[in-house]
Design a protein around this ligand. Structure first.
Ligand code: SF4
Ligand code: MSK
Length: 654
């Protein structure tokens, strides 16, 4: 690429900021991608093992060098072990988030978490039913405490399987039972995966992939689902909410705080206290005439956007760009997807980085440890610190991009909300969606979810191309995570965007009043999609299991182990998943064949790895049409030409 073209492309706001960073000698994640080249070929193919101190061991993919590691482990074993460890780590990340949420939930029920409350009684009832908790004649707190104790047990119970897995269709539960992969306690699944992947234990790649089913299902139908459910009860189940999504949301005249990470409890308290007149006045007195702006990064942003309309500043790979505006008084982080480089970058400005979780400290950041009992007090303390820091702002270092004109978004499409919008308040149901899929107005549903990666330079925005092609072909798109942030930033999550999609999808969206691209939430909220799929199957007319549905999922630039866990729990649940990268087990042909073909025989689904992003929409649409064929809903109807007799009949009957 010629140097002058380097900073021109589709994500111009990001490229402008990168140009400034380069001119000022500020290192970015994209520079570090270059510094890392060439990256390890063995690692890329899944052929590097360092699970014991005799290693690291590499397998030669060309058959010239070693065919096994020092212990005799072959390519299949090494790749399958590595794959399974990544999924176990992803499961641990979501589920530890879930456990934090449960602990807060119990504290709220016991009155030990000032500022929090049980907000959504309807969702409390839904979750109580799932856990078989009686609600009649009982106090809300009593019900919540019992749910909390049962939810906590899902992480470490000695016997039994995940309670919420019973939400899956019967046919799917039978598949899991037959394979012996119904998930047990989350901790047990993660521990077992780590045990089996160590030196000298599980040496059968098929058995290892079976273990990947069970540990990932413990994520999707366990830890992550619990996080979503209990967050909804405490913070409110998302409903359609207007917001903005752009790097330019922070303002010169306000105290600016970026909330960053994945666990929203502290951000929820911040959202409460920021509205208190005392703090607005404090900000004004400090010289910030506009008060305080809170904006989000990564999935804490998605959580706050979908529930409260708090603006989204950017996704994972924009965190340094947002910080380089020089306009942030504070970056407040919780856990996950936070770059270690953030602290050093912040030191070039007046920006303070504050860590809050005992599980995620950063050298050079200020640590304000937060737990349920002190979250409200800490939110006030943090806000005051940010306000105090306003005086240190250096106006010469500020470069604020223009807020782009397409930055509006309507988010908040939880499962409950979609049903309500489709069927109305008293008959909330997926029936209209099923009917419109059956009659072909909507060809199917595509979940476009997950990460963005710094390995993709922002001259291209592959998610936008993919989503545009899907909706043009009358496929309804649902999104989460950083993929959702991309569409939100491009103005594609607005009801008006229906003007740009296929005609029959447009008709349905306009009738129902939903955008054709729905923001469903954060990474853990992919579990909303599992619940929605279950209810769509239960509604009838589209088969008996997930594998029958004309639905497919994709993640283009996955980077976190969490994304692999999500992808695998969807595959193990019966959905075809496309990842826009090379296969993470490409060096082990048998494991690759199993994931991309062989699983069809057992779980009725498969992985597709396709690094050419321009091919992915076609792959997804073909998969959807194939499912429609199998369901028999693609039958061509003869076009009836009415003669006079028919017309007369119509008039009489009509
Ligand atoms: Fe090498 Fe085997 Fe040890 Fe892995 S477990 S590092 S393949 S000796
Ligand atoms: S933040 S896990 S990059 S979606 Fe959830 Fe984005 Fe992936 Fe992090």
């Amino acid at each position: 690429m010629k140097n002058e073209d380097k900073f021109k492309g589709e994500d111009q706001v990001a490229l402008d900021m990168l140009k400034i960073m380069e001119e000022e000698g500020l290192e970015s994640t994209f520079d570090r991608v270059e510094q890392q080249q060439p990256q390890c070929g063995f690692g890329n193919l899944g052929l590097c093992c360092r699970h014991c101190q005799m290693g690291p061991c590499n397998i030669d993919p060309f058959g010239q060098g070693p065919k096994t590691g020092i212990c005799g482990a072959d390519a299949n074993t090494i790749a399958a072990r590595h794959y399974l460890r990544m999924i176990a780590a992803g499961t641990a990340a979501h589920s530890d988030h879930g456990r934090e949420v449960v602990e807060l939930f119990i504290a709220v029920a016991r009155g030990e978490a000032p500022g929090y409350e049980i907000k959504d009684l309807a969702k409390l009832k839904i979750v109580a039913d799932s856990f078989d908790v009686k609600t009649e004649g009982r106090k809300t707190e009593e019900i919540a405490e019992e749910i909390g104790e049962l939810a906590l047990a899902e992480f470490g119970k000695s016997y039994g399987t995940q309670t919420l897995a019973k939400r899956a269709p019967d046919a799917r539960q039978k598949v899991w039972e037959k394979l012996g992969v119904t998930p047990r306690a989350v901790d047990r699944e993660v521990v077992e995966a780590l045990h089996r992947t160590g030196m000298g234990t599980d040496q059968d790649y098929q058995n290892l992939i079976n273990c990947a089913h069970r540990v990932s299902l413990a994520d999707g139908w366990g830890g992550a689902m619990i996080a979503t459910d209990l967050q909804d009860i405490m913070f409110g189940t998302p409903i359609p909410t207007a917001g903005t999504a752009d790097m330019g949301i922070f303002k010169q005249e306000t105290v600016n705080i970026a909330i960053h990470g994945h666990e929203p409890p502290l951000a929820e308290m911040l959202a409460v206290v920021v509205q208190e007149p005392e703090f607005i006045k404090m900000a004004e007195d400090a010289g910030a005439s506009g008060g305080i702006t809170i904006g989000g990064l990564c999935c804490t942003a998605n959580e706050m956007l979908t529930r409260h309309g708090i603006p989204l500043a950017g996704h994972m790979k924009m965190q340094e760009l947002v910080m380089s505006t020089g306009i942030l008084e504070m970056v407040l982080v919780d856990v996950q997807c936070i770059m270690q480089a953030d602290v050093d970058l912040a030191s070039k400005f007046h920006t303070t980085v504050v860590t809050t979780s005992p599980k995620a400290k950063m050298i050079g950041a200020e640590h304000i440890e937060t737990h349920p009992e002190n979250a409200l007090a800490n939110a006030k303390l943090i806000l005051k610190k940010a306000i105090d820091n306003y005086a240190n702002r250096d106006s010469k270092k500020i470069r604020l991009p223009e807020c782009n004109p397409y930055a509006n978004v309507v988010s908040g499409f939880s499962n409950e909300t979609i049903k309500y919008m489709l069927g109305g308040r008293y008959r909330a149901s997926y029936r209209p969606l099923n009917d419109n899929i059956i009659n072909g107005r909507i060809r199917g549903v595509a979940a476009v979810v997950g990460c963005v990666s710094s390995t993709v330079w922002p001259d291209k925005r592959p998610y936008l191309d993919l989503v545009k092609e899907l909706v043009s072909n009358n496929v309804l798109v649902i999104e989460t995570g950083c993929a959702a942030a991309e569409s939100a930033r491009a103005g594609m999550m607005l009801p008006e965007y229906a003007d740009h999609v296929g005609e029959s999808l447009r008709e349905v969206c306009e009738t129902v009043g939903i955008p054709p691209v729905l923001h469903v939430g954060s990474c853990v909220d992919n579990t909303r999609i599992l619940v929605a799929m279950s209810e769509i199957v239960a509604e009838g007319g589209l088969g008996n299991d997930f594998t029958d549905l004309p639905a497919v999922g994709a993640c283009l630039d996955w980077m976190h182990e969490k994304a692999l866990a999500i992808g695998h729990y969807f595959v193990a649940s019966g959905a075809i998943i496309v990842f826009g990268t090379e296969s993470p087990v490409a060096g082990a042909p048998d494991v690759h064949e199993l994931l991309t073909n062989g699983l069809d025989d057992t779980v009725g689904a498969k992985w597709i790895f396709e690094p050419d992003h321009s091919k992915i929409a076609r792959i997804m649409i073909d998969a959807i049409e194939h499912k429609r064929d199998l369901l028999g809903i693609n039958e061509k109807k003869e076009r009836k030409l009415y003669d006079m007799e028919d017309r007369r009949k119509l008039a009489i009957d009509g």
